[in-house]
Design a protein around this ligand. Structure first.
Ligand code: HEM
Length: 393
């Protein structure tokens, strides 16, 4: 009888889930959680299979681990909750705002923001890394993309924290209140961009057209909301947990200080090693058998990316090691298939520039207290992480 683990509980993900993942990959790679009723998938190939078969595994009925207290929040018509063919059409339209070129032109802006954040830090001081350094960049970039006034980013952060941290007792703002305020704010912004377009992504999307179809106000509203929730805490988590990995592996940090051209590869390894989004879920649309287990039509299937990203069959016998020069590194931290992350290039850009500037200025990083995580099953972000930054001077 294999050991059972509390895969439904936020505490499982805020702790260290990796030993349990390893055991489950070996003993029960497709296992049922009978507390909140879902199948968990631990193996890389199974997760690829589910992600690339949207006709058989739907996103429309929920994409998170079932939570009896907060029933699956589905937002009908929102990109991430749609299946083909509607998903393909929506995604094509939205992609017009996320081309490689459009993301690349953001680099000077990203660098300005990072330099501005680090200009306020004095060498040798201890600071709250997660709040002070990791959090501002992703939120400010989303405000930038949407063409929202720069000063509104703090408010964005409060709303986004309330939406992603519903299980965390320290987050006071009710998620429903946050969603209401956020929608009202975006409604006004969309109306403003429709009447006076600028060169931001929201303006591009108000005019985007494919096969005679345009995005409606509801589509834009859903998308602006998704952008804030999907792009904020995730990237913050990558930057904070990536920094923690560099603190815990000084030999790997040294390799980046000695040769900064290794940073893009290091960001891929941080994505693999930390898997900032723990899972996404699907609903089986027909009975299907996976590794001898019968998954019935209507069952929820949860894809544990952190486990897939350490699957020995893909990453070899050093899968549990953090190695910034790992190559190849086919991680699926951004998911894969139809719904794979639309903001992946932006997240990569933000993290690369952040670590280039951080390590260029402060090669010495020291953890000087406990790391506190947000109580959440999907993005158990870093709440507190006191770090001392030094130059060696
Ligand atoms: C380290 C940072 C990030 C990680 C780890 C991450 C992870 C993911 C994952 C795993 C999915 C797949 C969803 C699925 O298969 O159901 C996804 C989708 C998505 N992500 Fe990200 N994400 C990150 C950053 C961002 C950013 C910066 C943005 C935008 C500003 C963004 C926007 C989206 C959107 C819109 C989707 C839905 C795509 C679709 O349904 O077609 N993400 N992300």
């Amino acid at each position: 009888m294999p050991t059972t683990f509390p895969l439904h509980s936020p505490d499982f993900y805020t702790g260290d889930p990796y030993p349990a993942y390893k055991e489950l990959r070996a003993t029960a790679p497709v296992c049922f959680n009978d507390v909140t009723n879902f199948w968990a998938l631990l193996k890389y190939e199974d997760i690829r299979y589910v992600s690339t078969n949207p006709d058989m595994f739907s996103s429309a009925k929920g994409i998170t681990i079932p939570d009896p207290v907060f029933p699956n929040p589905v937002q009908e018509g929102n990109l991430i909750f749609t299946d083909p063919p509607r998903h393909r059409q929506l995604r094509k339209l939205i992609n017009t705002g996320f081309t490689r070129r459009q993301v690349a032109v953001l680099e000077p802006k990203v660098r300005d923001i990072v330099v501005g954040i680090l200009d306020d830090v004095r060498c040798g001081t201890t600071l709250e890394f997660a709040e002070g350094l990791a959090a501002p960049l992703p939120t400010r970039m989303i405000a930038e993309l949407l063409g929202a006034p720069a000063d509104d980013w703090e408010q964005f952060r409060t709303w986004s924290d309330a939406c992603t941290g519903v299980d965390d007792p320290e987050i006071e703002l009710d998620s429903f209140v946050a969603i209401g305020e956020l929608f009202e704010y975006f409604q006004q912004l969309i109306a403003a961009r429709r009447s006076e377009p600028r060169d931001d992504m929201l303006s591009v999307l108000t005019t985007a057209e494919i096969d005679g179809t345009k995005l409606t106000d509801d589509d834009l509203l859903n998308f602006a909301f998704l952008l804030l929730v999907a792009g904020n805490e995730t990237t913050r988590n990558l930057i904070a947990l990536g920094t923690l990995a560099l603190i815990e592996h000084p030999d790997q940090r040294r390799r980046l200080i000695d040769d900064s051209t290794r940073i893009p590869g290091a960001v891929e390894e941080m994505l693999r090693w930390t898997s900032p989004v723990t899972h996404m879920a699907r609903t089986a649309m027909a009975d299907v058998e996976l590794r001898g287990q019968l998954i019935r039509e209507g069952d929820t299937v949860v894809m544990l990316y952190g486990s897939a990203n350490r699957d020995e069959e893909i990453f070899g016998c050093d899968a549990e090691e953090f190695n910034v020069t790992r190559h190849p590194n086919p991680h699926i931290a951004f998911g894969c298939g139809e719904h794979s992350c639309i903001g992946a290039q932006l997240a990569r850009l933000e993290a690369r520039v952040f670590f280039e500037v951080l390590l260029g200025r402060y090669p010495e990083l020291e953890l000087v207290g406990d790391v506190d995580r947000v109580r959440a099953t999907m993005v158990p972000g870093v709440k507190r992480m006191p770090v001392r930054l030094g130059t060696g001077c």
